[in-house]
Design a protein around this ligand. Structure first.
Ligand code: ZN
Length: 82
């Protein structure tokens, strides 16, 4: 798959992500996307791949949508923090 493509924003600030890229990342019409800035880059990530608590990459083997660090923190905490 070609991964470097130049696109131009329309007047409303929209661009179309090429279908092959969306399909390759399993991004469908109803996919929630997390938009963030990293240095001089705008990063688009599928929100369903991210931890619901901290936003880091979720553990793909976990039955919950959580990262290893959050699962570990939850399993170690005996009482909620005040
Ligand atoms: Zn997390």
């Amino acid at each position: 798959m070609k991964t470097n493509i130049i696109k131009r924003f329309d007047k409303l600030g929209r661009i179309v992500i090429p279908k092959k890229m969306r399909d390759g990342m399993r991004m469908g019409p109803e996919t929630d996307i997390l938009i963030s800035v990293s240095g001089n880059k705008i990063v688009l990530e599928c929100a369903h791949n991210l931890c619901l608590l901290c936003g880091e990459a979720a553990d793909k083997d976990s039955p919950w949508q959580l990262c290893e660090a959050c699962v570990s923190e939850i399993s170690q905490s005996k009482q909620p923090k005040e």
